[in-house]
Design a protein around this ligand. Structure first.
Ligand SMILES: NC(=O)c1ccc[n+]([C@@H]2O[C@H](COP(=O)([O-])OP(=O)(O)OC[C@H]3O[C@@H](n4cnc5c(N)ncnc54)[C@H](OP(=O)(O)O)[C@@H]3O)[C@@H](O)[C@H]2O)c1
Length: 256
């Protein structure tokens, strides 16, 4: 799909970000802000011609190739593998930051009501897809600085959010993601691999996902602009000593 632009070659002095799930919401805002900062970006979408992704394609095309688009559906191992295989054809590619942002929340998803398929859908998208995407990237020879998983306060066991009626499958999928990424960080340490693994909670962010009518008051809603502005700083401030830790967009440690 892509002609490889010079700007993706590692011998140049740019920072490269990979944003998985960049068609809208928080992922699209990462692309917007990173483009404005002059970074180079690999952004994935799953439906390039869908109306909500066309804006991203427009930005990519009009910016001299600094943002390259790829297709990746994290519900499909084949799609993940194809995407990663395409990256391996870029000579000397290094990726400084990977943000695995893609996620779903079909509301409501109560444990007392949800179907087998609804539960599996949340786990496949929010847990298995992100972890396998990271795993496939780590199995290449591409040097990777940091992998950030977009987690959620809903997935915290230590700060259980009992008020969140209708969030059972979503919360369970993010809790499982948290556990798997901690194991990933520990495994990498044992292998002397210095890729940093982080979990981050983006805040209560006004996006399509949160645009639902909830019977409780959600306080402190922030814009994608504010969330991403702060998350970029948080992500860039972490070193290998932080691998396997969970942060908020405000740079506070989040309890697992
Ligand atoms: N918004 C919040 O308050 C909040 C709070 C805590 C955590 N989060 C987390 O932040 C992340 C982004 O959320 P958001 O609020 O920006 O949600 P959103 O507006 O609903 O966007 C979700 C993104 O994930 C992508 N996606 C969904 N399923 C995918 C799949 N199978 N393969 C590839 N991409 C897929 C979507 O792509 P399509 O356009 O193709 O559907 C879209 O780009 C999620 O992981 C979410 O759980 C959000």
């Amino acid at each position: 799909m892509n002609q490889i632009p010079d700007v993706l070659y590692a011998d140049q002095d740019f920072t490269t970000w990979l944003i998985v799930g960049a068609s809208r919401g928080i992922g699209l805002e990462f692309v917007r802000q990173l483009l404005a900062r002059g970074e180079r970006i690999i952004a994935t979408v799953r439906e390039p011609w869908a109306a909500h992704a066309s804006q991203l394609w427009g930005q990519a095309g009009s910016d001299h190739g600094r943002c390259q688009m790829y297709i990746c559906d994290i519900l499909s191992q084949e799609s993940i593998v194809n995407f990663v295989a395409q990256l391996t054809t870029i000579p000397n590619l290094k990726i400084d930051y990977v943000v695995i942002n893609a996620g779903v929340m079909r509301y409501p998803n109560r444990a007392t009501e949800l179907s087998f398929d609804e539960f599996a859908f949340h786990l496949h998208t929010n847990t298995i897809g992100p972890i396998i995407t990271a795993q496939k990237l780590l199995q290449t020879n591409i040097p990777i600085g940091t992998i950030v998983f977009m987690s959620s306060d809903s997935g915290s066991l230590g700060q259980f959010r009992e008020v969140e009626d209708g969030f059972a499958a979503y919360a369970a999928s993010k809790a499982a993601l948290n556990m798997a990424l901690r194991h990933m960080a520990a495994e990498l340490k044992r292998k002397d691999d210095d890729t940093i693994i982080l979990a981050i909670h983006p805040g209560e962010v006004a996006t399509d996902m949160s645009n639902i009518s909830l019977p409780w008051e959600v306080s402190g809603i922030i814009t994608p602009e504010e969330s991403v502005l702060k998350m970029i700083d948080v992500i860039q401030s972490k070193g290998i000593q932080h691998s396997g830790t969970f942060w908020t967009w405000e740079d506070k440690v989040h309890p697992w």
